[in-house]
Design a protein around this ligand. Structure first.
Ligand SMILES: Cc1ncc(COP(=O)(O)O)c(C=O)c1O
Length: 299
């Protein structure tokens, strides 16, 4: 197994300690770029095709020409994984606008850059997060849908960064963000689901949230297990009255929420519904049926 994993940058595989991009890259200068976070579970790249589809949709929304066709991008990603040899890992796939001048105009950036980072990291809130995390409702709203919306998975995460700083300052683990209308949107790097009377309620895609691949997967699991699922707007008050709340995303996996604004949610985390979904999610996510097998299975 490689100790210093390789990073793919524009066709080259470079040891991560030596991997560099230009200071004139508009991804760095202006957050002008897009990305995907993807996980590998026991040799299976979870929902790889769905992630690639979303990357190319984000690119389209940003008028960003990705220099590789989807099949070549997939091949580059799989080769990066094979070179590193991690059976379980995380992939950060970025496409930046590329090198330009110091002006904001992307016309000055002739070619986008592709970066594929592949490392081993814990879930966003660590392995112990299955016992629940503390959250606040941030005073910072998600951007309007006609603004730099989080519906595009862009490198511009300042909105989430500011909400995280607010959570840090209040001693909470994460922040829940409301949309422009005051309805619950999502957390800083995950979407959110609430449980009432054994039914799942998830803020709809129209609440300016990312169309999360984990959210779709978990809601499908819930339907398969016979739980009613509603995608609907919810107020902060309704959220506080929930029996269970959990966050879900590639980085956060399924993270139960123990409290919101210091108010306890349910009697224990994870609650019984979250617990059932969590164990089914952990079982299914390494099934090649839901991803791309890159290494022979070990477990
Ligand atoms: C703001 C935000 N919401 C939700 C998610 C979860 O999306 P996915 O399940 O596709 O990883 C992410 C993941 O990066 C995110 O950054």
């Amino acid at each position: 197994m490689t100790i210093d994993p390789v990073v793919y940058i524009d066709g080259e595989f470079i040891p991560s300690q030596e991997a560099k991009i230009s200071v004139f890259d508009h991804g760095l200068l202006y957050g002008d770029g897009i990305f995907e976070g993807i996980r590998v579970y026991d040799g299976v790249v979870f929902k790889l095709d769905a992630h690639l589809d979303r990357l190319y949709r984000s690119a389209m929304a940003m008028w960003l020409t990705i220099p590789l066709k989807k099949a070549a991008m997939k091949a580059a990603l799989l080769e990066t994984l094979q070179r590193n040899g991690f059976q379980d890992s995380y992939i950060r796939l970025l496409v930046t606008r590329g090198k330009g001048d110091l002006g904001v105009n992307p016309k000055k950036c002739p070619k986008a850059s592709v970066v594929i980072i592949n490392i081993q990291i814990e879930p966003m809130h660590g392995h112990d997060a299955t016992n629940g995390i503390t959250t606040i409702i941030s005073s910072i709203r998600r951007q309007a849908p006609d603004s730099t919306s989080h519906e595009i998975k862009s490198l511009n995460y300042l909105n989430s960064v500011q909400a995280t700083i607010e959570a840090n300052r209040q001693g909470a683990d994460d922040a829940i963000i409301l949309d422009q209308r005051g309805f619950v949107a999502e957390a800083t790097g995950t979407t959110l689901v609430a449980v009432w009377n054994g039914a799942l309620h998830a803020p709809p895609l129209t609440a300016s949230i990312l169309d999360s691949i984990t959210r779709r997967f978990v809601l499908d699991i819930a339907r398969d297990l016979g739980f009613p699922v509603f995608e609907r707007d919810m107020t902060p008050f309704q959220l506080l009255m929930a029996e269970e709340v959990f966050l879900c995303g590639t980085m956060g996996e399924i993270t139960p929420v123990r409290s919101i604004n210091d108010q306890s949610i349910g009697s224990k985390a994870p609650g019984p519904v979250t617990q059932k979904l969590l164990s089914e999610y952990v079982k299914r996510r390494k099934n090649p049926e839901y991803g791309t097998l890159v290494f022979p299975k070990t477990k």
